[in-house]
Design a protein around this ligand. Sequence first.
Ligand SMILES: [Zn+2]
Length: 231
Amino acid sequence: MSYFCIAFTRNYPCFKLKNNLMEQEFASHLLENAVNEFSKLPGVGRKTALRLVLYLLRQNEDASTSFGEAIIKLRKEIRYCSVCHNISEEEVCPICSNTLRDHSVVCVVENVKDVMSIENTHQHRGLYHVLGGLISPMDGIGPQDIEIDSLIERIKSGEIKEVILALSATMEGDTTNFYIFRRLAPFTDIKITMLARGMSVGNDIEYTDELTLGRSIINRTLFSDSFAKEK
Ligand SMILES: [Zn+2]
């Protein structure tokens, strides 16, 4: 190794390490491309990406082909409901088009994962409105970047009687809650509710933080009411 190389790698050890890894790991450009694509997925590093790609290579061709086709089909055929912005295969999602659901109650959530979480509780029989994010000035996300205007338009239709704010109990969630609350102020006949905040089921009081415990006291409910709801 020349004096120049020794000096260079001493000053920039990452450069040498990275180059060695690249040379050792990828004998094929096709393999490298696949690893690059997999490592773009959240929570997948390059080592995991390589392991997944090698796993797919070991499978028979049909398995890899159906895997690839599933992703292409997902991207081409999945779209967002024109009413609530939930993921859908049709113009209007099965929840919005279900006449057995209560169309007068709309639950406002941040994303499609939250719709799934609330649906899994089997406690909400109304509709949803997926904002696609939360207001976050620090990240440059303003009210115009999420689906608030379309929520107001839905409310103008007159069918909605209650809006449930089901957003995260974070600064961004609270900012968005407050903004929506302000925007809904002219609609005086609309009931605006939010998810109860307090102790989680199974929590010990001793280990509950003061803010949560304080909210639990403020938002206390009649014991007979909670018993009736859980039945
Ligand atoms: Zn929908």
